[in-house]
Write a protein that binds this ligand. Sequence first.
Ligand SMILES: *Cc1c(COP(=O)(O)O)cnc(C)c1O
Length: 395
Amino acid sequence: MSNDLKGRRLGTRLSHVSRSPKSQAGIVNPPVWRGSTVLLPTCAARRASGTKRLEQDWTYGIHGLPTHHALEDAVAMVEGGDRTAIQGSGLSAIVVAMFAFLKSGDHVLMTDGCYGPARRLCETMLKDFGVTTTYYRPQATEAEVKGLMKPNTKVVYTEAPSSVTFEMQDIPAIARAAHAGGAKVLMDNTWGIMNFQPFEKGVDVSIQALTKYVGGHSDILMGSVTCRNADWAAVKNAQITLGQYASPDDCFLALRGIRTLKIRLEQQQQHGLAVARWLQSRPEVARVLYPALPEDPGHALWKRDFSGACSLFGVVLKPAYTQAQVDAVIDDLALFGIGASWGGYESLAQPVADITRSVTGTDLGGPAMRLHIGLEDPADLMADLDQAMSKNLRA
Ligand SMILES: *Cc1c(COP(=O)(O)O)cnc(C)c1O
């Protein structure tokens, strides 16, 4: 980030970060630099570029080109970390971060509310390579985490709120316990985005699926691993050793998305809150799983640690209804697409099924769905939910 952005507010920084029109024919946005080969003037320069591989010199595509670095600087600024390594998907960001800090014989403490494929990584490849995993309650206290730490615990993995079930985590407390035992704290900060500052809360390595709100338009997959300078070599080495790469065209789109991140997110938060409150008032609804609501058990932590919310939340219906009825509601929605992922400008609905949990059980107390609220007018979204619920949820 250029020095004159220091001390500026986020909206200003998002507009000005990673731009140097003077060096790009006066054009506002950094261009798409495509490249595998980077030509160097001499053998000596070629050799030197190899030795500086971990710095921002341009050596070869996989080490990152100017379009990657422009996006990396912008994400590092949003996250409040020193350096960011862009990855081809959110899941590859998780894999890179895990392999950066784990080796055979190590142990991971994993939140039971983690994104499903992160659990699969622990249960398959990491296990096969001799890394063991213990799951802990998302709401675990500092003492609970301390009690679960082993001498070989190298990573304590967090995600707040949990995927699917939306429990909040006390990240500073968990981080204290992890650091006391000598472990790194990794966090999936995809829900928090710009509203949770991981490095101020004890996190060492923050992962985001930029696929979601940063991309913002449901047309790219991308992820990021952000850390402090002290952890950079481990992160970058893992990325290159695992052969991870993101296309510069997609980096260009993600950087374009980041310019409007704040305004989209603030608007979608408003819409999300409006729809969530309306759902709370419906007789068919048992609970809305959304830490931004005062009734949510995680609200106090959210209020303490977050400066806002995104617009992804869960809705648990009364136990009198069946999952088949909830499926029928979703099928009859006209404005909500049915599909994976979230964070785009458009609303999505999905049934919640097959929650895999090790220590906290799977029972939400009723059939459930997950909603992502987009930029459509919330009054239209509520009318749409109203017609589908009235039709399919007769008591
Ligand atoms: C979607 C998601 C990911 C993975 O992102 P992809 O780009 O789809 O691989 C990781 N973590 C969370 C919390 C997610 O919702």
